[in-house]
Design a protein around this ligand. Sequence first.
Ligand SMILES: [Zn+2]
Length: 219
Amino acid sequence: MRRVLALLPLIAALAGCIDAPQAPKRQTVQRSSAYTPDRPDMRQCLASLGATRASFSPLPDQYFGAGCATLNTVRLASLRGDYDSLALTNLGPVSCPLANTFAAWARFGVDRAARQILGSPLVRIETMGSYNCRNVAGTGRRSAHATASAIDVSGFVFADGRRITVLGNWNGGTAQEREFLRVIHASACKRFGTVLGPAYNAAHRDHLHVELSGGNYCR
Ligand SMILES: [Zn+2]
């Protein structure tokens, strides 16, 4: 009798399962407090990102339809320079491979250029975001932003308090500041497949679009 009593809740639960209307299936899987991806290449990517000492959390895959999705993405809280952490502003989900390339560029491309050219370490990278379900302007083609595979970088803040923006300093400010922006643009071109800045068109006058495209397009 005790065994039957012990089974009663289970039987009731099973009955409830059969009778209850089926809840829509979640597209995401969440384990404990942190999402852990199943794919080995994603786990490897996250391990590489961890090795850069970036602060981040993996995000569950999400499909938004119409060619827009965030798969294998992370939320980056901060990156590491040679000596200190680098803050980030306004950044949404970023694909893990892009996050790795961005972390390397921030440290070896931007932070070191800041100290060499401006005499002050980098403390913050300002962005205009990463994920955005949209087309490439003037086309019917989905932007790399529609899959969180591109970041728009708009400015930089340094330990001495100076702030340099693409809009204000690409053609303005001091010769040093203009040189800094051109040097980090060139170093971005070595790491990302596609880099678009003010020299590309007016739509990019206020940011550098950096994208892991597998191509070699630097403007
Ligand atoms: Zn962009």
